[in-house]
Design a protein. Structure first.
Length: 345
């Protein structure tokens, strides 16, 4: 499971206070690597392996005999109550809710039910946001377990390439169980920004963040989500953002002048962070991302590949190319020298 301090919502717990044997409720989606990307974590109670009851929801995969997998967890349903499952037969693709006990990565199910959170066979207006899976063609893929046909849809941006692992928002109607999409919009891109606000323009709907080596301006639209981790305002809007606020922003490249913010969180002051495609670099010296230049220093900058394995400066720059997606962290007090530089998928 992957947790992102910038995008995961925490309830009754924080990333810093998560401890072994905590029982937490996790919501999320399966990313392109097949791992669970957590969007929300809620603290429940202390966990006792094999005793505490756990619940999971998701789509059944890799069914063999009396086991299947769900987000990296093996589910043993040999002794489970299947009375809510049609015919008592578990098959791949079923959306289910499971109750049972967990030991390491094996969940021994006591009950398996069909999860009815998905839409019915026929719905006039549907809006769904999740990750694309089981992509075969533009008219045959799934979003959050829902079958989608986007052959007649408007894609935003127009250059959007539908593929497994892409997070999208789909609008349309459901006919005979298939969502006939009228619009498919990318909702998560390669860009992440964490820094203080330099300029807010509520009229133009733009926010500019200040880094030591430059600034980045993002656009805001009606679908941009806002959250105030400081608990000052609810709901937070662009009108509440002030110069000097520390923001964590997820954005995507729409082909316009500025990235489009899909999610904005206001939080306590933290490190400067930027993730995006590399504009240019000077081998052994600096990396420029979205117009912001960070210097790198041997002995100060920690270099990593996309599997979090350490690299030397020479290895990092040898693998670097323009448009490669890189994340840079500049710890407080920010000075424009990267403390971490790592490749991202």
């Amino acid at each position: 499971m992957h947790v992102d301090e910038g995008s995961t919502i925490f309830d009754g717990i924080s990333f810093a206070t998560i401890a072994i044997n905590d029982v937490i409720e996790v919501s999320g989606y399966i990313n392109a690597k097949g791992d669970l990307q957590a969007t929300r974590l809620e603290k429940k109670e202390n966990f006792v392996p094999g005793t505490s009851e756990v619940e999971m929801k998701g789509v059944v995969a890799a069914t063999v005999g009396t086991t299947f997998t769900l987000g990296g967890i093996t589910v043993d349903f040999s002794a489970a109550d299947l009375s809510d499952v049609p015919g008592g037969v578990i098959t791949d693709g079923l959306q289910v809710e499971i109750k049972g006990t967990l030991v390491e990565t094996t969940l021994t199910a006591t009950e398996v039910e069909i999860e009815d959170d998905l839409f019915g066979n026929d719905e006039d207006e549907v809006e769904l946001e999740n990750i694309i899976t089981n992509f075969f063609s533009v008219n045959d893929f799934q979003v959050g377990g829902q079958s989608v046909d986007a052959s007649g849809a408007t894609l935003k941006p127009a250059s959007l390439a539908l593929q497994d692992g892409l997070k999208v928002e789909v609008e349309g109607s459901i006919v005979n169980g298939v969502l006939l999409a009228t619009e498919v919009e990318a909702r998560e891109g390669e860009i992440e920004l964490e820094a203080i606000v330099q300029v807010v323009d509520s009229t133009a709907k733009t926010i500019t963040l200040q880094f030591t080596g430059g600034t980045v301006t993002v656009d805001v639209d009606s679908l941009t989500s806002f959250e105030d981790e400081l608990g000052i305002v609810d709901p937070l809007t662009i009108a509440h953002i002030s110069i000097g606020d520390y923001l964590k922003i997820h954005a995507r490249d729409t082909g316009g002048a500025n990235p489009l913010a899909t999610e904005i969180k206001r939080d306590d002051l933290g490190d400067d962070e930027i993730q995006g495609p590399v504009d240019s670099f000077v081998a052994g010296a600096s990396v420029t991302i979205l117009g912001v230049t960070f210097n790198t220093l041997v002995g100060t900058t920690a270099f990593e590949d996309d599997k979090d394995s350490a690299l030397t400066s020479a290895e990092f720059y040898a693998a670097l190319a323009n448009d490669a997606v890189v994340k840079i962290e500049d710890n407080q007090p920010a000075d424009g020298v990267a403390d971490e530089a790592e490749f991202e998928d």
